[in-house]
Design a protein around this ligand. Structure first.
Ligand SMILES: Nc1nc2c(ncn2[C@@H]2O[C@H](COP(=O)(O)OP(=O)(O)O)[C@@H](O)[C@H]2O)c(=O)[nH]1
Ligand SMILES: [Mg+2]
Length: 438
């Protein structure tokens, strides 16, 4: 190696170190290709027909040289009248995806809803989006705004899953495997005002739906569902139908002939395969993990009425705020249920990664439909039960949503750790929330 080459290598190394220090907090992840980007260094285009790339008109090229450094540090605001009139958006430098208009100043929160094929992800997401848009969980004293930034992706999802469920009353068919390496997530801009004189808590909620095969086949996950690696929180759907001991205890329901003809993987194997890329990625960033036992309507058929778990008989009231006391008891009962049905090893596998990949962990049970579909996949109605438990818990753990004040005395959970922290006052909570912002 010549002296010149050594000098060039040293300068580029120093420049890299300097820029990573200088650009701290300016980096974002493209919601579509999941590559790291600097929003300030992305090209700006006019996109009158939102998300229809062929119609885009360039307004500002990607800056280069010193202008690039300046643009990264002080991104051009798209809120000026000139940009607003042209419906300007930034596009990703790697995949040209039209980025959320506020990406340079708003926290992106990715909640990865993952699980094996047919574990109930798509149905759950379709119902969750409805509940989110109806603000069904926001206590009446809080002001809430939820605006979808990806109307086309949302419409497509509604056509494929929302309409069959809510209008046609039939369970939709499975999600096809991904063939592209970019994704069309559904993104909501959310603002929650806790106190009239305090600025609202703002974030962009990013939700994806991918085929279960893309998660459980490791090579496919890294390729087609890379957002799991960057997810801020994970909801793992645990399918009771895939648990041999539970399935054996369920009456031979005609429902099993619909949508369950696949050879289902054991949840322990699926969880292991999903976790492996996270463990191998070297990113040691523990994130909240909610285990959601899906299709919980089936759990009611496991035992005679009088011997059922108490959480199956309770209906949470989200209007009063997230009830951590109730969640703690659900967590304990679901763990107990898993041990009872031979899934102790699953709980232990989760514990193994706790602190390293996940922290904290909460066990919940959800039924997106609220009924068991008939032989043809027909359902009488959609009557979601406890669907918001994992979602709200995750938001609470990410310090984006306060809990009901009376739940401050939530019992400490397993391992002597307080799984569910108490609920501070709105002001104290918002202060701590702001400190937690990246
Ligand atoms: N009993 C019951 N079955 C459900 C529920 N949600 C989904 N299913 C069943 O699970 C099948 C797969 O659901 P889907 O959301 O497509 O699973 P995905 O492959 O994980 O996206 C559906 O065809 C339904 O038969 C539920 O809340 N209760
Ligand atoms: Mg699906």
């Amino acid at each position: 190696m010549s002296l010149r080459q050594i000098l060039i290598a040293a300068i580029s190394f120093l420049w890299e170190k300097l820029t990573s220090l200088l650009y701290r907090g300016r980096v974002a992840i493209c919601p579509s290709c999941c590559e790291r980007i600097y929003p300030g260094a992305c090209a700006i285009v006019s996109l009158p027909d939102l998300q229809a790339l062929p119609t885009l008109v360039p307004l500002q090229q990607e800056p280069s040289g010193l202008r690039r450094v300046f643009s990264i540090l002080f991104p051009t605001s798209l809120q000026s009248e000139w940009f607003v009139r042209r419906q300007a958006v930034r596009i990703c430098s790697h995949c040209q995806y039209p980025l959320p208009y506020n990406i340079e100043r708003t926290r992106q929160v990715t909640i990865a809803i993952i699980g094996d094929v047919s574990s109930g992800k798509s149905v759950y997401i379709a119902v969750l989006l409805h509940l989110l848009e109806e603000a069904a969980f926001i206590p009446s004293h809080l002001r809430f705004r939820c605006h979808c930034l990806t109307p086309e992706a949302r419409e497509r999802y509604e056509r494929d899953y929302g309409k069959p469920l809510f209008v046609d009353k039939v369970v939709p068919r499975g999600t096809p495997r991904a063939i592209e390496m970019t994704h069309q997530p559904i993104i909501y801009e959310i603002a929650i005002r806790l106190e009239p004189d305090l600025p609202p808590v703002r974030f962009n909620l990013v939700i994806y739906d991918t085929s279960g095969e893309d998660y459980v086949i490791q090579a496919r996950q890294v390729r087609y569902a890379p957002y799991v690696l960057n997810a801020d929180a994970i909801i793992f759907m645990l399918d009771p139908v895939a648990v041999p001991a539970m399935r054996a205890s369920l009456p031979s329901d005609p429902h099993f002939r619909y949508g369950h003809s696949l050879a289902l993987g054991h949840p322990l194997d699926s969880f292991g395969k999903i976790v492996l890329p996270l463990a191998q990625s070297g990113v040691r960033r523990p994130r909240p993990l909610a285990i959601a036992l899906s299709k919980a309507d089936l759990l009611k058929k496991l035992r005679p009425l009088g011997q059922q778990f108490s959480f199956l008989r309770r209906q949470p009231d989200y209007r009063g705020g997230l009830d951590l006391t109730d969640l703690t008891s659900v967590d304990q009962e679901v763990r107990q249920l898993l041990y009872e049905y031979d899934l102790g090893r699953f709980v232990e596998a989760v514990e193994f990664y706790r602190g390293q990949l996940f922290d904290p962990v909460c066990y919940t049970a959800v039924s997106a439909i609220g009924y068991t579909p008939d032989e043809q996949g027909g359902i009488p109605a959609i009557n979601p039960w406890r669907c918001l438990d994992p979602f709200l818990w995750v938001l609470h753990e990410l310090r984006l949503l306060p809990a009901r004040p009376t739940s401050a005395a939530a019992a400490p959970a397993h391992g002597g750790q307080a799984l569910l922290a108490g609920a501070p006052s709105a002001q104290a909570w918002q202060l701590s929330q702001r400190r937690a912002q990246p």
